[in-house]
Design a protein around this ligand. Sequence first.
Ligand SMILES: Cc1cc2nc3c(=O)[nH]c(=O)nc-3n(C[C@H](O)[C@H](O)[C@H](O)COP(=O)(O)OP(=O)(O)OC[C@H]3O[C@@H](n4cnc5c(N)ncnc54)[C@H](O)[C@@H]3O)c2cc1C
Length: 396
Amino acid sequence: MDFSLSEKTQTMLAMIDELVTEELVPMEEAFLRKPFRELLPEIEKKREKVRQMGLWAPGHPEDYGGMGLGLVDLGLISEVLGRTPLGHFVFNCHAPDAGNIEILHLYGTDEQKERWLGPLVEGKIRSCFSMTEVEMPGSNPVMMETTAVKDGDDYVINGQKWYTTSADGAAFAVVMAITDPEAPAHHRASMIIVPTDTPGFDLVRNINVMGHAGDDWASHAEILYHSCRVPQSNLLGPEGHGFVIAQERLGPGRIHHCMRWIGICNRAFDLMCSRAASRTIAPDRTLADKDVIQTWIAECAADIHAARLMVLNTAWKIEKLGWKEAREDISMIKFVTANTMQKVIDHALQVHGGLGMTDDTMLAFFYRHERAARIYDGADEVHKLSLARRILRQYR
Ligand SMILES: Cc1cc2nc3c(=O)[nH]c(=O)nc-3n(C[C@H](O)[C@H](O)[C@H](O)COP(=O)(O)OP(=O)(O)OC[C@H]3O[C@@H](n4cnc5c(N)ncnc54)[C@H](O)[C@@H]3O)c2cc1C
């Protein structure tokens, strides 16, 4: 495969990189200190600029106002945007909306598309994805307690979810609930659109994650659905297809996350090298003169390069052959990239010494918030087991 970039892609990446460096990185100090909601007016100005530059919603459908780019281009953009936590949001290609846009485009009825998909791609509303439960193992989501029971023309939903990212301020949630408890395990659940102003949708709290509850888009909520009634026309896709649709949401979403993590790696790596080269630790000696630091730098450079090529190769494979043919790659890149990112952030933080623990650089933020990468979207162990099982099938 050929990863050389067209002139158009190179120009686009250079424009995005410039905006990230000139306009978004300077906002990070405020991002670390202020509630996200307070930053929204400033963020909205940046979003308007992105729209005017013709770079709005790069991966989203063209017929709804996005750029409709393929996965490889989208991956490369995600890498550049990943350098700052504000990047994806400002370009309207952030989780969890990106995944919801995709499944609404694939499975939404005309009415659902008009009411939810259009405004999401335009950036007028936000959404969330509500699957994981407090009492049940997210690693085995067929063990689900939330139910949606038919009553007249409605579904009545009851259950307790948590880690519903970005629920605070969202217009609607895509909720996974059991619609047929007697069906085979993978056909019991369905996806249902629940507007967040529906009576019985109770946002209990934004969960404190690594010491920060966050707010608005930058938060993870616990939600109680009690006798939450929505019309049956809010079913997304066929009944019983919840897990099938969740699988389809997976491939492109994985590329988005992994390339965002590579962007974080690049940022942490830059910080590490700059600090090593400038920190004097003895007369005429900087940290960069030390073997151990040089070893970290060489190892991190190689690890980032390997992970990056692996993710781009997977994006290429999904684009050419479809996500089913890339299943093993999709599992592999998840744990390889998440662990590479952790290693790079950790080394970068260590090179900064006490400074690394402060919020004077972005490293402590990355360290706190990106630890979750080895847990969400399938824990490392689950991906490794399923990958090994598939490999071993050929030997049995
Ligand atoms: C920051 C963050 C954002 C999230 N956003 C969302 C969201 O928007 N929507 C949503 O629905 N969910 C979200 N989640 C939830 C996430 O998907 C779950 O946390 C994840 O699926 C793991 O489920 P669990 O927490 O119940 O852990 P468990 O299933 O209890 O697993 C705990 C640990 O056990 C180990 N383990 C589990 N199964 C196996 C196995 N088969 N073999 C070996 N070891 C195993 C793993 O080490 C795992 O980390 C988010 C989580 C985080 C941390």
